[in-house]
Design a protein around this ligand. Sequence first.
Ligand SMILES: C[S@@+](CC[C@H](N)C(=O)[O-])C[C@H]1O[C@@H](n2cnc3c(N)ncnc32)[C@H](O)[C@@H]1O
Length: 398
Amino acid sequence: MAQTSGRAWQDLPVIRLTGKGRRWAKSGHPWIYRDDLAEMVPLPAGELVAVVGPTGDFLGQAFYSATSRIALRLVTRREEAVDREFWAARLEGALTYREQVAPGVEARRLVYGEADGFPGLVVDTYGPHLVVQTLHPGPERLLPLFLELLTSRLSPASITLRHDAEVRLLEGLALEVRTVKGEVPERLTIREGDLTFLVDVLRGQKTGLFLDQRENRLTVRLYGQGEVLDAFAYQGGFGLHLARNARQVTLVDSSAAALEVARENARMNGLSHIIAIKENVFHFLRKAVQEGRRYDTIVLDPPAFAKSRQDRPGALRGYLEINRQALELLAPGGCLITCSCSYNLREEEFLDLIRQAAQAAGRELRLVERRGAARDHPALLSLPESLYLKCFILHALS
Ligand SMILES: C[S@@+](CC[C@H](N)C(=O)[O-])C[C@H]1O[C@@H](n2cnc3c(N)ncnc32)[C@H](O)[C@@H]1O
């Protein structure tokens, strides 16, 4: 059986905060930056520590990072034992919530980091196959326990570790992808709405699919008509859902591997009016504008352009450019579905940027839906960083 310390908080190593750090911790944010520690403590990465204020008052228990600017990630603000029962109860809470908001959904997120009380841990499920990502040395140390809890609660056919997210490097963790239990087929299939999609949990992007967009993909079906362009299409998620009422769907992505799967997805679902083009979307859009092409429905779902605050100026230019060009391509009465998954770009800023793009393209838009991540990806209000996905659905009036 996997071990967890289960020590009372009084027995944990103690980390003292400065007065400013204490005020920050009290404000509710679950991360504490290294500048706010009153002294440097030589501790192993991932250690569970007791966090106290300058006078020794208890503030919470947290995972310690030895390398990141974020020194502490709060696990609990209570004076409780962080033991096997504690984690089992948190897992139960996460699973119960998924049953409530995404009942019977084959491909969904089961555990989403801080929002489920598991800092640095992600668990996705594709049917009976689980994919686990630890992004912090805290959950990495507890991985044997977490795998055991997942196994006894869910009896999965396989568990794969997708430990290839680059943020692991910031925490001094190695990159690897490994199936640690059972066997996972090279390509498994899942249902999303009335469509079937192939998933490669070992090599696909993220943990196989962009599960955070699931509800948005299902919603946009209402808006598919005529000529559809799905830009940054990955394996055709949006495009295939839009295809039912479309004359033709063009998928554009820079990944040949993703488009190969998109073609197979189209075949599997009996959709023959799908074209998949491997190209940089920036080039594709510029060329399409020059050629005077028109689309009735356009999806823009780019990767995060602003991964850090320093990336913001370039990212803003990128978002502005693709949205302006998409609006130049949009037919009168057409629909633009535009997304940003940069948490360094707030919702209001993104909306303002779309306003600028509309002005530059000479289009009048109305906002039809203002959406975010699917319900199985809830954002923690005290952690603005978890409110990252924006998805606007807009109609061109002229
Ligand atoms: C957020 S994902 C799209 C997810 C997809 N809409 C879905 O729901 O499954 C972004 C995609 O953009 C692609 N990509 C990144 N940069 C690109 C570029 N400059 N041109 C074309 N595709 C790009 C990636 O390969 C990835 O498939």
